[in-house]
Each structure stands twice: as structure tokens, then as C-alpha cells.
Design a binder for this molecule. Structure first.
Ligand SMILES: NC(=O)c1ccc[n+]([C@@H]2O[C@H](COP(=O)([O-])OP(=O)(O)OC[C@H]3O[C@@H](n4cnc5c(N)ncnc54)[C@H](OP(=O)(O)O)[C@@H]3O)[C@@H](O)[C@H]2O)c1
Length: 221
């Protein structure tokens, strides 16, 4: 059975008999996501989790308006964004970023763990959960943790805001998306840098650390 959430009609068969569903808001979902929610509810889904795209957009709103139980996972920065450093670390032992501001990065597995609890257990309907990791780290602090884990000297270099945008557009990201992403890093806000206890409160154990993430992904660097 194949299908993609970007074409909701391809999931009708897969939705047969499903009563709980997780939706990750990917860039391609903004236009068709509300239709996906409508079809899921029509197929019998009674509980939804949605991993937001960084704000409450059309998909997140459609979930909130769906008439069934929903939980919104408002994850802050993923630890996995560190994988964007892999090529330059492997090639040069260097990471280049325009900003060095703190971010309470969350481990992706903890987002999944919260989604599983919200889908399987009662008491999470109508909640918007701010998901962070257990510590707030700047990129250079993350690099120091990586450096220790890899046993290699790694260097942090600053580039300009414009260079960071150009680097992203060179990989095929649209100008608007590149400006949004780099702008997000430029304006580290309270929610993104402040450690929140929602993850441990929901999953019943400490949030995974960046040191743990680094150990799990050391072979990528
Ligand atoms: N990264 C963050 O810090 C962050 C923070 C908050 C929220 N989010 C949200 O979380 C989402 C995932 O973030 P990410 O950083 O992991 O993004 P990502 O690196 O772009 O990865 C997105 C993943 O989703 C897959 N995908 C996209 N469209 C799909 C489809 N129609 N069917 C099946 N798979 C599909 C992609 O597969 P391919 O590789 O095959 O394209 C890719 O593996 C983002 O869309 C963003 O809205 C991210």
C-alpha cells in the first residue's frame, strides 16, 4: 500500500480502520493538510496528534477545528538539525553559522514519545505542548560536546546572515524559506531558548540530552 500525505486521497485505503493518527506538518502540507484532516476524520480517526511547522498554520488549525480529540506538539529546535553540520565537520572539522545563540534543542525521539503518550493515553485532548530538551545550548557549546564525543578538535566560525541564506538557497530551499529559517536563528526567542518540563512531565522520565544524541549519531560526523 503506498500513499503520501501530500495527496490525501492516496491515503484513503491506509486510513481504513485507523482511529488515531499522527500528522507531521511538512512544507508541502500547507495547502492539502486540511483535506487530509477531513478525510482522516471521515474515515473514523478520533484522535490526532500534529507536529507543528513552527506556528499555527492551516494544518494545525484544521486539526484544532476537526471536532475530534487533538494534541499539538509545538516542538522547538530538533537536535537532528545538527546533522546539517556533518559534511563540513567530516571534510574540514569546521562549522560555520551566522549566530551563536542558545537553543533548548529537543531530541526527536522525545517528540515521538510525547506523541505516543498523547495518542494512547487519555487526558491530552486540546493541549498544545511546548517541547524542548533538558538544556539550552549555543551552537559553539554543541560543537564542544561533539568535539569531545568524536575526540577531534572542531572549529566554530561565524558567517554573515546573507551567507547563511545563500548557503540554504544553493541547496534548493526557496528564498522565502531560507529567510525564515535564518531569521529564526537570528531572533532566538524565549520559547526556543527556555527549558520546559513538558517532555519529562508527559513521558515520565528525563528528556534526552544532546550528549546522548551525539553518542547515538557520532558515526555521521
Ligand atoms: N527541524 C526543526 O528544528 C523543527 C522544529 C519544529 C518543527 N519542525 C517541523 O518538523 C518537520 C520535520 O522537520 P525536519 O527538520 O526533520 O525536516 P526535514 O529534515 O526536511 O525532514 C522531513 C522529512 O519528512 C519527509 N517527508 C516530507 N514529505 C513527505 C511525504 N509527503 N511523505 C513522506 N515523507 C515525507 C522527508 O522525506 P525525504 O527526505 O524523502 O524528502 C524527510 O525525511 C518539518 O516539516 C517542520 O515543519 C521542525
Amino acid at each position: 500500500m503506498t500513499g503520501t500525505h501530500n495527496a490525501p486521497e492516496t491515503l484513503d485505503t491506509a486510513l481504513h480502520g485507523v482511529d488515531r493518527l499522527h500528522i507531521t506538518v511538512t512544507p508541502g502540507l500547507a495547502e492539502v493538510g486540511p483535506e487530509l484532516v477531513r478525510r482522516a476524520v471521515a474515515a473514523g480517526v478520533r484522535r490526532l496528534t500534529v507536529l507543528w511547522g513552527g506556528w499555527v498554520g492551516p494544518v494545525e488549525q484544521a486539526v484544532a477545528d476537526s471536532g475530534v480529540e487533538w494534541t499539538r506538539l509545538e516542538a522547538q529546535e530538533f537536535m537532528s538539525n545538527t546533522l546539517t553540520w556533518a559534511d563540513s565537520i567530516r571534510a574540514e572539522g569546521v562549522v560555520r553559522e551566522p549566530y551563536d545563540l542558545p537553543s533548548a534543542l529537543v531530541h526527536e525521539a522525545d517528540i515521538g514519545a510525547v506523541a505516543a503518550v498523547a495518542l494512547l493515553d487519555d487526558g491530552h485532548a486540546g493541549q498544545a505542548y511546548n517541547l524542548t530538551g533538558p538544556e539550552s545550548l549555543t551552537p559553539s557549546e554543541r560543537l564542544a560536546i561533539l568535539s569531545r564525543a568524536l575526540g577531534r578538535d572542531l572549529t566554530f566560525e561565524r558567517i554573515t546572515h546573507e551567507q547563511a541564506i545563500d548557503r540554504l538557497t544553493a541547496t534548493g530551499v526557496s528564498q522565502a524559506d531560507a529567510e525564515y529559517v535564518v531569521g529564526w536563528y537570528a531572533e532566538s526567542n524565549d520559547s526556543s531558548r527556555t527549558v520546559d518540563d513538558t517532555v519529562p512531565r508527559i513521558i515520565g522520565r528525563p528528556a534526552r540530552t544532546f550528549t546522548q544524541w551525539t553518542t547515538e549519531h557520532a558515526n555521521r560526523f
